[in-house]
Design a protein around this ligand. Structure first.
Ligand code: PLP
Length: 452
């Protein structure tokens, strides 16, 4: 359906190139234009209301436009010091405050914060840090990095290489060399018939160890992992998975990088996904809900051991030759600081925990549906996996685009969700009420009924 002439959708088709979009389709149909938001709802250019079941893109934990304090924090900072940078020891006062706050909030002792503008940039920065410190430590061969099938770590060159989704590599000449792939810890999809979650977790750890031994432990520097995998399908690993994986990594002196870009800031029912999943990271990356999605800001936290290696090499080289103009941008930092205050004052973690049973109960309502293979969730993030054959767990042919079609049908019922692989993801603003959680799944039920 082509857009109305001169509508925003038509102008979008004419002038705007989208990410993660079929450009030809957008040229023909125009974009799905959102003009404003309120609470957990957003509105299109015709005024139609949608319950945003994805907090935009796993970001808008505080909803849309309901926090005048974030606006005030941004305005105040813009008036006092709209910009300063962090090169050659300079820094805005508010950036120092945010670094201190994040280091103090970390789930395990961390030493320093480095700021970026996006999750991708944060993960790329970590790859460079890892290479840099291992060169500095005189072990230039210890550079390979492990990530998992279905991982999502972003789209910049190193982050996209870490991402374990083939669609992000095709025709981009990715992944770069030195990236190793290990198993996705999704028991429903990859567990053997009759295999317990515990045994599956053991098998994942054994397979990781085999990979390390095959490649040579002294060639592998780090492993990246999302505590709960997001864009790969909201995959929640078995309870003992990370303990087993970390035992292997420790044995071979391999760093663990926790990508908290989706899981951080309460989403999984603890402040960090690492706490929910028993991860003890050496390095952490975060973005999205760090500023409730209001301004672009991301961060890397490194522990003392990593920091000391980086510090010593920067002293040897006279500089840590990496820096981003907008690293620690004061206006973004001010909004992030205020966001963290609001999370504390509103007891956002307690709120997610209180809503979790309702969210999971509503999610599990679809378990018996003939098109549904698995319903899974933790905190306020979850997914419903669609299958062609419930008994054999056979997936739909990707070319049928069942998930994306369901996403479009959901729009008719005033619901925004996201297709992630064979699954539909739910990640509503954390300020959603109990009644709104129920309403979100009622809207989904109507959408599913239109497919079946
Ligand atoms: N890491 C994870 C776990 C993510 O989900 C994302 C984005 O969705 C990223 C990294 C990349 O973040 P950005 O899109 O801000 O570059």
């Amino acid at each position: 359906m082509s857009p109305r002439p001169n509508s925003l959708a038509a102008r979008d088709a004419a002038f705007h190139l989208h990410g993660y979009t079929n450009a030809q389709k957008n040229e023909q149909e125009g974009g799905f234009v959102i003009t404003r938001g309120k609470g957990i709802y957003v509105y299109d250019e015709n005024g139609k209301e949608y319950l945003d079941g994805m907090a935009a893109l796993w970001c808008s934990g505080l909803g849309f436009g309901e926090e005048p304090r974030l606006t005030q924090a941004a305005v105040k900072q813009m008036q006092e010091l709209p910009f300063y940078h962090t090169f050659t020891q300079k820094v805005a006062s508010v950036t120092v405050e945010l670094a201190e706050k994040l280091v103090n909030l970390a789930p395990v002792p961390m030493s320093k914060a480095y700021f970026c503008n996006s999750g991708s940039e944060a993960n790329d920065t970590v790859v460079k840090m890892i290479w840099y410190i291992n060169n500095g430590l005189g072990r230039p061969q210890k550079k390979k990095i492990i990530s998992r099938t279905k991982a999502y770590h972003g789209v910049t060159v190193a982050a996209a290489s870490l991402t374990g989704l083939p669609g992000l590599h095709i025709d981009f000449d990715l992944p770069i060399a030195g990236i190793l792939r290990t198993d996705c810890p999704h028991h429903y999809r990859f567990g053997n018939p009759g295999e317990s979650e515990e045994d599956f977790a053991t098998r994942c750890a054994e397979s990781l160890e085999k990979l390390i031994l095959r490649e040579g432990p002294d060639t592998i520097a780090a492993m990246f992992a999302e505590p709960v995998m997001g864009a790969g399908g909201v995959i929640i690993p078995p309870k003992t998975y990370f303990a087993k994986i970390q035992a292997v990594l420790k044995k071979y002196d391999i760093l663990l990088v926790a990508d908290e870009v989706i899981c951080g800031f309460g989403r999984t029912g603890n402040f960090w996904g690492s706490q929910t999943m028993g991860v003890t990271p050496d390095i952490m990356t975060m973005a999205k809900q760090l500023s409730a999605g209001v301004l672009p800001i991301a961060a890397v936290l490194v522990n003392q051991r990593v920091y000391e290696a980086l510090r010593d090499n920067s002293a040897k080289n006279t500089v840590f030759g990496h820096g981003i103009t907008y690293s620690g941008h004061p206006v973004c930092a001010a909004v992030a600081l205020e966001t963290l205050k609001i999370y504390e004052e509103r007891k956002i973690v307690d709120r997610v925990r209180a809503l979790e049973p309702v969210f999971l109960r509503e999610l599990q309502r679809f378990r018996e549906h003939p098109l549904v293979g698995e319903c899974r969730g933790v905190g306020l993030v979850g997914a419903i996996e669609l299958v062609k054959d419930k008994a054999t767990r056979q997936s739909f042919d990707a070319s049928l685009a069942v998930g994306p079609n369901l996403v479009r049908i959901a729009h008719n019922h005033g619901l925004i969700i996201r297709a992630v692989g064979d699954s539909l993801a739910f990640c509503p603003p954390m300020v959603i009420s109990e009644a709104e959680v129920v309403d979100m799944f009622v809207r989904f039920e109507k959408s599913l009924a239109d497919v079946a």
